[in-house]
Design a protein around this ligand. Structure first.
Ligand SMILES: *Cc1c(COP(=O)(O)O)cnc(C)c1O
Length: 399
């Protein structure tokens, strides 16, 4: 992720025994890859791609879900489908991964960074209206840590101003907002199956299409600008070049791996929630003493427990706790460097940089704890114990 500390620093300290993340193997991955090989189709859009897409369509209720090689590719397709380009502005949080912005910036559209909410670190819906201009075409909300943005308010603002909504739901597969699947609430949504996410296939993603009018063109953009999908369905007797496009179809081998993960969505989420609840129970005393803040999940948001991040009172405390854990072989990390403070972000926004006080105040205080389904009770106890040690020592120094 952008913004992790350099690894040579780690080499100077105790080797990492408890990493931030470990790719989780659900069980049937290798069997399904073998089955894909036996079936004899390794290029995309075969048996396993269809099964993944059907499962995700059932899960989201989308008009269509198309697997892609990454969430970045799905966001790029969304920018192409909306025909975002020079002269257009897109509203998004600055506290996000690069791809949320780069997907439409490469089409020539301009990012307009808006602040985040203090509680969820999601796009602040109350700050959106002030950022709308006659050039605004779309809002790209990001569901940070798998917790939903205020999609009701965002949809109202979008409708009133005739803007499209593209959900960066990279982290939010399986999460819900007022009972509805994330990814299904904008015109378009994008999922990630990168190895750092909840459900993985190495590198992978999906475009969630909630408005049927986009489906036909999405199939063409995804398949090098050709109508090959129509040809496969027997709707035309040859396929030809129809439109712009790129190579956005992932291999069947990735889809086979992914299917083994998606068929376990509920089990994987349940396990992640269990680990999150253990952290929360064990750190509640420190939260009550205002030594740290626990993750906030509003009641109407059902989370897939993607990230477990705590908020420290200052960046100095955050960095000191991060070093303390590192010295004991535990990798906890910060997260995004806000895009409006990055070299590219500054170039794009020009002379008057956005004033994003909440983003700037919180980005330096976030600490993500080791969080993956295989984390053992013993390892988790150790992480929790080291956090308590840190504050016990800090408390005695302060006295
Ligand atoms: C991981 C992530 C992406 C990029 O996903 P890829 O599949 O690696 O392209 C985009 N946006 C957010 C918010 C992410 O967390």
């Amino acid at each position: 992720m952008n913004g992790q500390p350099p690894s040579d620093e780690a080499a100077m300290e105790e080797a990492i025994r408890i990493p931030l993340n470990k790719p989780y193997i659900a069980g049937n991955e290798l069997d399904y890859i073998r089955e894909a090989v036996d079936r004899g189709q390794l290029a995309g859009d075969g048996h396993f791609t269809r099964r993944c897409q059907e499962l995700l369509e059932a899960q989201t209720g989308a008009a269509r879900v198309l697997l892609t090689p990454s969430c970045t590719a799905a966001l790029e397709m969304a920018a192409m489908l909306l025909e975002l380009g020079p002269g257009d502005e897109v509203i998004l949080p600055s506290y996000t991964f690069v791809s949320t912005a780069s997907a439409f910036v490469r089409e020539g559209a301009k990012p307009v960074f808006v602040d985040v909410r203090e509680d969820t670190l999601n796009l602040d819906e109350q700050a959106i209206e002030a950022a709308i201009t006659p050039q605004t075409r779309a809002i790209f909300p990001v569901h940070y840590a798998g917790v939903a943005c205020e999609m009701g308010a965002i949809a109202e603002i979008a409708d009133a101003n005739d803007l499209a909504v593209v959900e960066d739901a990279a982290q939010a597969v399986g999460s819900r907002y007022r009972g509805k699947a994330l990814g299904s609430l904008g015109q378009l949504g994008a999922f990630s199956f990168h190895e750092t996410k909840n459900f993985i296939c190495g590198e992978g993603g999906a475009l969630v299409i909630n408005e049927a009018e986009f489906v036909e063109r999405a199939e063409i953009l995804r398949d090098k600008g050709t109508d090959r999908q129509r040809f496969f369905r027997g709707e035309t007797d040859k396929y030809t070049w129809q439109d712009v496009g790129s190579s956005y179809v992932p291999s069947e081998l990735c889809a086979a791996f992914l299917y083994a993960q998606l068929e376990q969505i509920d089990r994987i989420v349940a396990r992640r929630c269990e680990i999150a609840n253990t952290y929360t129970d064990a750190l509640r005393d420190l939260a009550e003493q205002e030594r740290l803040r626990l993750p906030i999940v509003p009641d109407h948001c059902e989370t897939n427990a993607h990230i477990y991040s705590i908020l420290l009172p200052s960046s100095e405390t955050r960095d000191a706790l991060m070093s303390h854990l590192r010295e004991h072989g535990i990798l906890a990390v910060f997260h995004y460097v806000p895009l409006h403070t990055s070299p590219m972000g500054k170039r794009l926004v020009g002379g008057t940089p956005a004033q994003l006080p909440v983003t700037e105040a919180l980005a330096g205080r976030v600490l993500r704890l080791p969080f993956f389904p295989q984390l053992t009770a013993e390892e988790q106890r150790e992480v929790i114990g080291r956090i308590h040690d840190f504050f016990a020592k800090e408390g005695s120094r302060a006295r």
